[in-house]
Design a protein around this ligand. Sequence first.
Ligand code: HSE
Length: 288
Amino acid sequence: MRIRVPATTANLGPGFDSCGLALDLYLTLIVGEESKAWRIEHQLPDEIPTDETNMVIQVAKKVAPNLKSRHLIMESDIPPARGLGSSSAAIVAGIELANQLAKLGLSSEAKVRLAAEFEGHPDNVAPAILGGLVVCSKQPDRDYYVQHAFPDAAILVVIPKVALLTSESRAVLPRVLSYADAVRASSVANVMVAALMAGDLRLAGEMMERDLFHEKCREKLVPHLSVIRSKVAEFHGYAAVLSGAGPTVLVLAPHDVSEALRRELSVLDLEAEVKALRTEHNGVRVFE
Ligand code: HSE
């Protein structure tokens, strides 16, 4: 059995901790035979454990405590700690592993609820489970979400070589927002989501770049964002925003400018890789 989970980009600017989009990079978990102890082989950085302390196994054991240990192989083209949902993909893989091996029959709603509990917010995990664009609201008693197709656009991601931990990037956020600021910030997010639903990427992009929840506070950690944003404006792209907590920058642009923009972003001296990606529509999938 193979479990495949897509990468995700969260926030889309003002949709902080609420909006996310699945992208076509994948974590694949190959489920092998039962073995004496849990083991997970991978080619990822050394700090990612290969024993039962690995996050995939930890999550699976919490969801189904009686699971028998297995030999697993994890392959992933989602770069770790770059803001493309690598840890959410691991959480979703762990939940699906438990779901399959313990035959839990979890609904998508139940998977989103569980995954958002593990991750703390639903914006990466929900699209990793459901695919496409997902707009979520995590409430103490229930998680609400709407899945929707994302308007057609070229998607580029600029992935810096140096990682940025989500914890570090969240540590610079304010603890309190005034009532007036919160009203203004959520009005920006509302128009952004409405514009996406209406398929108006030009307006959605403008709103994405007017985020008031997090990007300003994170600017010092991601100085490349403003450089990329200027270049995207020059090419009449739709928007450049932080992907999740960064450091990756998500760029949305009309298809006819995307190749020229990709080349231009690649030659900027940013110590980063530029990739063209697509929206992923399936979310987590299991192949027997
Ligand atoms: N919404 C989250 C953040 C995504 O921006 O911190 C990363 O987990």
